[in-house]
Design a protein around this ligand. Structure first.
Ligand code: GDG
Length: 489
């Protein structure tokens, strides 16, 4: 069943595959965060790709989501560490794991984001491996395992763990409850063996991963890199035909499941009046009327190629000065991981570069780049995409990249051009995008010029094909394929 995946088909599949078993999603980040704003508690949806993808699924499946609590009002709203979300239509339960400052530093800022994140993204930021961080990382993973175990003790359960923060959870959970079925989805790239082999704790790390029953990556290439790491580090049997690894008598299914987004949800919402009103107000706020608009949207992260994107705009204006006073590049971005030196430096670097490029090309009444650090509401986000003549995604390396898929899904008018880095997982699927090597300023600038000059007819041809692809390969298909593959014991 490759076509026609919908909420309905997935819910039916989950019900028939899971039967009485509980479904628990586990991630570092919380899907909803409770914060005090002007003395009142507000519940906001958390940012990031993992939540974008899984929240609509959980609303339908109505399971339990275990995650860290970090909002200043989370402890107040939680009863027995649990809260129902979202507040306007409670659909599923969130259970919080509370971390100390020390745990946060060692597990999240340390091993996850200064060791594993740069290790997995080939962007030449040197990973930092501290023994103490690895110890704390394992301690936090054990804490998660304990918290999950309390909920599933006497039950049949499938535990679906998200990402590189929580790789060791399955190992510890199975020490308490060997019959639990565990799945891990690795949302970022898996590096080639030449890179992976520098990880000091690599064997223990791989053993942790092979305690899962099912291991998912975005694309086959990452699965193959994983197989290569296992083949080089552990005595195991790898069967590429069945996509399994057998290690110490235990089998792990390793497969590619390209993540996606809720195409119908986004497509329908993007037609709404609220989005059209947001388009008008964004246009007014940033004085965009009359210009061709290039948009970018990312968490501020060195993997996303934001510097390269600004340099491409600079090059574009050098090569095609006739575009002056005709285009505006507007980049939105939320600050992230600011306690890590590289992220702070990146922020400063972006500020300086935007100022330099703006100064170089600006005229009395126009500047080419607007950089805004703020969180957009969902309607504003779709309005932002819909304002674009061109959307640029210039990641230096990216597991998938949901911005690319969201942009396409929001374009109910079938207009707009996606300029997409070859080094995203999405580039393997979105063939009608204009693909770039973001490391080449000239190539990126020429691609932008090509996109800005594209005739409406050609824009529509490409956009229709992209939309049809994402409509078929939507988020429901992603979760459906994973659930269909659950290896029951
Ligand atoms: C990881 C992998 C993989 C951003 N700013 C706002 C906002 N966002 C949302 C976007 C999008 C998400 O955040 C970002 O998703 P990406 O996929 O681009 O990137 P990561 O967060 O790095 O995600 C990535 C993903 O996991 C899923 O597997 O694709 O490769 O790195 O959904 O819309 N949303 C709102 N306001 C903002 O200001 N509402």
């Amino acid at each position: 069943m490759l076509r026609g995946w919908s909420k309905k088909t997935v819910v039916e599949l989950v019900k028939s595959r899971l039967g009485e078993a509980s479904f628990v999603v586990v991630s570092n980040r919380q899907p909803y965060i409770h914060k005090f704003i002007k003395g009142k508690i507000h519940c906001l949806r958390g940012p990031g790709g993992v939540i974008t993808a899984l929240d609509p699924v959980m609303k339908e499946i109505k399971g339990l989501w275990v995650c860290c609590g970090s909002g200043d009002a989370d402890k107040i709203v939680a009863k027995d560490n649990k809260v129902n979300v979202p507040p306007e239509k409670p659909s599923y339960q969130v259970k919080y794991v509370w971390l100390t400052k020390e745990e946060n530093l060692g597990y999240y800022y340390g091993f996850s984001n200064q060791a594993l994140w740069p290790l997995s993204h080939l962007v030449f930021v040197k990973p930092i491996f501290r023994e103490e961080d690895w110890k704390i990382y394992k301690g936090v993973n054990k804490k998660f395992a304990q918290s999950i175990y309390e909920e599933i003790k006497d039950k049949k359960a499938v535990v679906f763990i998200q990402d590189y923060h929580l790789t060791m959870v399955s190992k510890y959970l199975k020490e308490f409850k060997p019959d639990v079925v565990t799945i891990l989805f690795w949302h970022i790239p898996w590096p080639t063996y030449d890179v992976f082999r520098i990880l000091p704790c690599r064997q223990e790390f791989l053993e942790g991963l092979l305690s899962y029953d099912l291991l998912g990556f975005h694309i086959r290439y990452f699965c193959n890199n994983f197989f290569e790491a296992v083949a080089n580090e552990l005595e195991s049997k790898i069967n590429k035909e069945t996509s399994t690894v057998i290690y110490q008598g235990k089998s792990t299914l390793v497969k590619a499941y390209p993540i996606s987004i809720d195409f119908e949800g986004i497509s329908t919402k993007s037609r709404e009046k609220e989005v059209e009103e947001a388009m008008v107000s964004l246009k007014e706020e940033f004085s965009l009327e009359g210009y061709k608009i290039i948009v970018g949207l990312d968490r501020i992260d060195y993997t996303k190629g934001i510097i390269e994107r600004i340099l491409a705009i600079d090059k574009l204006l050098q090569l095609y000065p006739e575009l002056k006073e005709k285009i505006i590049f507007i980049q939105m971005g939320e600050i992230s991981r600011i306690h890590i030196a590289q992220y702070k430096q990146l922020n400063d670097q972006i500020n300086a570069l935007v100022e330099e490029v703006d100064f170089k090309h600006s005229t009395d009444s126009w500047r080419p780049i607007i950089f805004v650090r703020r969180h957009l509401s969902f309607s504003e986000l779709l309005a932002f995409y819909r304002l674009a003549n061109v959307c640029i995604v210039s990641s230096l390396h990216d597991g998938m990249n949901l911005v690319a898929k969201e942009f396409v899904s929001s374009r109910c008018d079938e207009l707009g051009v996606l300029v997409l880095s070859k080094f995203t997982g999405a580039a393997r699927e979105l063939k009608e995008a204009v693909l770039i090597n973001p490391y080449s300023q000239r190539e990126s600038a020429e691609a932008l010029f090509f996109a800005l000059s594209m005739k409406e007819e050609e824009q529509k041809r490409r956009m229709r094909a992209l939309r049809a692809y994402i409509q078929r390969n939507n988020i429901w298909r992603w979760i459906g394929k994973i659930v269909a593959d659950i290896p029951w014991k």
